[in-house]
Ligand binder design. Sequence first.
Ligand SMILES: [Zn+2]
Ligand SMILES: [Zn+2]
Length: 570
Amino acid sequence: MKREEFVKQLQITKEKKTKKEKKYNPKGKNILIGGAWPYANSSLHLGHLAALLPGDVLARYYRENGDNVVYVSGTDCHGTPITQRARKEGRSAKEISETYDREFSRTFRNMGFSYDLYGKTEDEYHKRAVQKMLQRMYDNGYIYEKQDRQPFCDHCNRFLADRELSLTCPACGAESKGDQCDCGYIPTEEDLDGATCVECGEKVHLRENRNLYLALSKLQPQIEQYFLQNSGRWRLNSRKETEKYLKEGLRDRAVTRDLDWGVDVPIEGYEDKKMYVWIEAVLGYVTMAQKYCAENGIDWKKFWKDSNSRIYMVHGKDNITFHSIILPSLLLAMDDNYKLPDMMVSSEYLNINSEKISKSKGNGITINDMIRDYDPDTVRYFLMANGPERKDSNFTVEDYITIHNSEITNKYGNLVNRTLNFKGLDHIPEGQMDPEIAERIEKAYQEVGDYIERAEFKKATLAIMDLVENGNKYYDDRKPWEQKRNDIEAFNDTIYTCANLIANLSNLYEPFMPNSSARIREYLGIDEPTWETIVVEPNTNIKNVQPLFTRIVKSKTQNKGKVKEDDERM
Ligand SMILES: [Zn+2]
Ligand SMILES: [Zn+2]
């Protein structure tokens, strides 16, 4: 491609950029991305990261594309595990949840997550908004009152959640918690009569109680229709799991519980109860979008009530039905023209050293541990290129180091370094762009963009790496170290072509490795990442270019940390 054509493209790029400075681009698509809400009960580990990163990749990609993105998540503060722990530790539930909320915010920031709003369920805006929503579902007849029988401890003088009970499992004979035995058995109401209160050790008995229920059974036909229309685009695990529940038939679920920590129930007669976390936390995708839009003068309905918007739900496979059944049911129960989520991006599990991550084994590496020693960019890259996208995947520090050294540092880092750090070169020369490389760049935007939109991140990283390898081959073939002596014009073409390739790689890698992309932009004088071919201004000064990545020396791996429950060292 001729330089003049490139300069023309550059001007178009610049014009688009000025337009994009507005908060809302009427020509862009409206994209809502909901990242699963981490539970404020333990530090985030690499398994969480693997499940949540797709959200950030999507958000960064669509922003580069000029679309309007609202990317929200937050800390899930309520529920029994936190109140239980608070009682045990003599702290308040609020204190525990706030400690983790602060830690999560720092961890996400350190990992480069670009949430538009990361909130928490203790947020007053969220609480008021979900109360209004619950009231609406109640008025619409989808939430109704029901008498049920629940385990009550006379000694503690309160109703207990299933997980606060212990009993002998009727299926396998082992000691089991009341919510589910390790063997998979879920205790029935009769099993719980006479179970033991884990708090005080007294036997509990069933006692009449009154709760509000969500009429999921009534919504089954609508959810089935939603499933048929949308699940073709979902990951296979979401499709299978959701289908299983629909085949079994949806059962009504209690939305209130006897707790003193949570969101108040706005219905008369339920003042002493709280909402179940499962109902209020998933509605956080709506409340946080509303809050963010209100603060930025954007109409939130363009994201949640417009059939043309695109909604991604990003989570791990243990959370599928909350996103594929519960959230759509709540939105339908409001009967208020909500759009239902389009895409379920549900990751499989990440194993560590071939073992399932388990708190009791303490084998999950926390994110904070990981990035204390290693590069957040290549940790992100590793998890997107080798993560649990379609099947459980394995993480070892050794594998990570191999990818960091041999893929990223040796290929991508090397291309950048040997081009921009060429001995004696202090500016980008004027030159001709190699037409084949130019064409490959153009194609890569299309191909990689399609993969990302379909949540096929592994393929996306492969396609970009292909471009990197091609660049290195071009460099080797052209031998710029000889050209510099024999044919300065050819040398200029080589460096010019490679510099342009690098500029465009910084765009393509921005969703995956934002820190190194930002450094390239700084070196080459590029304002912001965009999802289209860009051109480097000749004569751009390139002094003081530092290597993007540093090789990791293997001995560092030997004292790798384990999960620490209260990791606040960052
Ligand atoms: Zn008790
Ligand atoms: Zn059992």
